[in-house]
Design a protein around this ligand. Structure first.
Ligand SMILES: NC(=O)c1ccc[n+]([C@@H]2O[C@H](COP(=O)([O-])OP(=O)(O)OC[C@H]3O[C@@H](n4cnc5c(N)ncnc54)[C@H](OP(=O)(O)O)[C@@H]3O)[C@@H](O)[C@H]2O)c1
Length: 232
């Protein structure tokens, strides 16, 4: 059985990572910004005794460090960096319609967040058996994918995430930790999707197969949930 930590686990794809790993009897450290309000996550923790809830906003070093200290004696086999925001979903963005504060906020969550979390938990991962870090990227991070205007905050912060994680891959290799970048697909959550999108369970089932299969020889590669390699 593995020990897994998930960020942004109170809803959407993050909640599904917790549900699936918990259902198989794994130990899951489910982190989110507001554990008390995380109704569905709390229900999972009541059902599965190996699920625990931890307060962790990925922009807050104090909260990240508090969880890292709380879990000091726990190895983490799989660190799932899932939390993310896509503010353009709610706001029209384009030249003369840019909100630079929103852009910086997006950068703090989507780019610096996974870096802060990976930095804080790298030693926990290094002490585990599986030693895997998952980065939740998106096809929208691929510069080759840009055919229309817009989504500048989201695209640029996820492209920056890919770039920094490619670099960090080389540091993690020295700790015998493998890092996988994943695009979950177009998934029906509050952030994404339409009626024809994937449901979170199918996306996470696919991503978990990739997580199971990938080894150090694949570190730094970028795949869609169904195993198709993504362009940079
Ligand atoms: N859905 C898609 O089609 C799709 C496609 C490609 C990539 N992705 C990526 O998949 C990941 C999950 O997305 P989703 O579709 O599940 O979105 P979602 O339903 O909007 O969930 C986003 C999660 O991130 C959390 N979060 C936001 N800011 C946070 C912060 N500062 N600290 C900690 N947690 C924070 C949210 O918590 P709160 O409830 O507290 O806000 C929520 O749990 C994201 O990284 C997203 O970019 C999604």
């Amino acid at each position: 059985m593995a020990q897994v930590l998930v960020t942004g686990s109170n809803r959407g794809i993050g909640l599904e990572w917790v549900r699936q790993y918990a259902a198989e009897g794994n130990r899951v450290f489910a982190t989110c910004r507001h554990p008390r309000e995380a109704i569905e996550l709390r229900a999972l923790a009541e059902r599965f005794e190996k699920v625990s809830l931890h307060r962790l906003d990925v922009t807050r070093t104090d909260e990240i460090n508090a969880v890292a200290v709380e879990l000091l004696s726990e190895p983490i086999d799989i660190l799932v960096n899932n939390a993310g925001i896509y503010l353009e979903k709610y706001r029209d963005v384009g030249l003369n319609r840019l909100n630079y504060e929103d852009w910086v906020t997006t950068f703090r969550v989507n780019t610096l967040g996974p870096v802060r979390v990976t930095e804080a938990f790298a030693d926990h991962v290094a002490r585990s058996k599986e030693r895997k870090v998952v980065i939740t990227s998106t096809h929208m991070a691929s510069i080759a994918d840009i055919a229309v205007p817009g989504a500048y905050y989201y695209r640029s912060t996820k492209a920056a995430l890919n770039a920094v994680m490619e670099g960090i891959t080389h540091e993690l290799k020295n700790m015998d930790i493998a890092l996988l970048l994943l695009h979950p697909g177009h998934v029906l959550t509050r952030m994404g999707g339409t009626g024809t999108s994937l449901m979170p369970d199918k996306s996470v089932e696919g991503m978990r197969i990739l997580v199971d299969q990938f080894t150090m020889k694949d570190t730094g590669r970028f795949f869609r949930y169904d195993g198709v390699e993504m362009p940079w």
